[in-house]
Design a protein around this ligand. Structure first.
Ligand SMILES: NC(=O)c1ccc[n+]([C@@H]2O[C@H](COP(=O)([O-])OP(=O)(O)OC[C@H]3O[C@@H](n4cnc5c(N)ncnc54)[C@H](O)[C@@H]3O)[C@@H](O)[C@H]2O)c1
Length: 253
């Protein structure tokens, strides 16, 4: 698989932490030049520095995926640094709705939709413009099992992730004959800092999350990164508009 990724260029949004960081490292290890697109400068710069030292070319571009100018700059900086854009992993997301309390908070809704759904819309808009010029490209949008089933008491998050699945399908159909493949990833629970946001580090909640997964644990971020690489590989050449579920059996029952 490595030959396929060598010398290519990938954007990973939210690449400073969790699934994005693991994905950026996996691409870099496979020989891809990586752009870490992050709103958090501290983790973004640290990720780019670490990957650059270990595997070669990697840059950080401060990015707010919910802002169109910021995303336009991200794609422009990517092309000026590396000359092309082969893969885009639209992964940046937030999950601040607390369980078990339902939060029908309008500002919360706008914030979550702004990053998780509009963010993916804006990223695809600017990435597709570049990929269309090249005549090729592969996009992976990180949704969630909350994009396929509802998470109780997370109305905004669930809506945002269902939206990502729907938008992925619409874009995939639009670009299927233009050399651009677009798919979604739907992870179950993954051991990343985002989890802290919605359970406040409560050990009982973490244990119950692991137990809810038939495999008996939540995922390591590297297991989700493997799915992103698979979707960008030739092994997935006939996959278009698909939602790849990586959930330890969570929604199989
Ligand atoms: N961890 C899980 O259990 C889980 C499960 C399913 C889906 N997901 C999804 O995976 C994605 C990554 O989550 P994670 O678990 O790695 O979380 P994380 O918090 O570790 O990483 C998310 C990163 O996105 C960045 N970010 C947030 N807002 C941004 C913005 N506006 N612009 C640019 N960057 C921004 C954050 O700074 C952070 O570094 C999210 O879309 C999340 O919804 C996570």
């Amino acid at each position: 698989m490595s030959e396929h990724f060598k010398g290519k260029v990938a954007i990973v949004t939210g690449g400073g932490s969790g699934i994005g960081l693991a994905t950026a490292k996996a691409f870099a290890k496979a020989g891809t030049r990586v752009v870490i697109a992050e709103i958090n400068d501290v983790v973004g710069e640290e990720a780019a520095r670490e990957i650059h030292e270990l595997h070669g070319k990697c840059i950080f571009v401060h990015t707010d995926v919910s802002n169109t100018n910021s995303v336009a700059t991200l794609v422009a900086r990517t092309v000026s640094a590396f000359g092309r854009l082969d893969y885009a992993i639209n992964n940046a997301g937030i999950d601040p709705e607390l369980v078990p309390e339902a939060t029908w908070d309008e500002q919360m809704f706008d914030r979550i939709i702004g990053v998780n759904l509009k963010g993916v819309f804006l990223c695809m808009k600017h990435e597709l413009a570049q990929m269309e010029k090249q005549g090729h490209g592969i996009i992976v949008n990180v949704s969630s099992i909350a994009g396929l089933t509802a998470v109780g008491n997370k109305p905004s998050y669930t809506a945002s992730k269902h939206g990502v699945v729907g938008m992925t399908k619409a874009a995939a159909l639009q670009y299927a004959r233009r050399g651009i493949r677009i798919n979604a990833l739907c992870p179950g629970g993954v051991d990343t800092p985002i989890a802290e946001d919605n359970h406040g580090g409560d050990p009982a909640f973490i244990a119950s999350m692991s137990n809810a997964h038939p495999i008996g644990r939540i995922a390591d971020p590297a297991e989700i990164a493997a799915g992103a690489l698979f979707l960008c590989s030739d092994a997935a050449s006939f996959m278009i508009g698909h939602s790849l579920v990586l959930d330890g059996g969570l929604i199989a029952g």
